[in-house]
Design a protein around this ligand. Sequence first.
Ligand code: FES
Ligand code: FES
Length: 169
Amino acid sequence: MPNPITVNGAPHPVPDDPRVSLLDFLRHQLQLTGTKKGCDHGQCGACTVMVNGVRINSCLTLAAMHEGDSVTTIEGLGTPDAPSQMQQAFLEHDGFQCGYCTPGQICSATALLEEIALGWPSDASSDLEGPMELTGEEIRERMSGNLCRCGAYTNIVAAIEEVAKEARA
Ligand code: FES
Ligand code: FES
């Protein structure tokens, strides 16, 4: 009997069909429709979730590969009554228009802050060692896998900058 996949703290059996993507498992089998399907080819970032704290495109991985893993989706970050800091910042900064890309943006932004805290460099980092500074350039580079057809990029960056600033305070 395989170990379950834990999603937002709740264990779920690994699907019998090994062809099911993690994205379809979340949306169709668990009814967690906050995670969106944009391209289904790893190009838009709408399907971003966190697996063991690291962001991934859930359309590019099979659910069966995540036996024993812990998955966090937008529903696991917060609720309408108790949003996470990042969710609240997106609201306050109007970091969306249609909202289709927003769950992926927020999951990505949440994981991004952890990457910075761990000192993981990006292509925009001037120094590959030592503490990372979250400049606007760093945010844009690290969020470049999350496309927004509505062009809410300026406000998305502002929301992330605010949460990062609060984390430093
Ligand atoms: Fe997964 Fe676009 S739906 S990257
Ligand atoms: Fe519409 Fe980003 S808010 S695609």
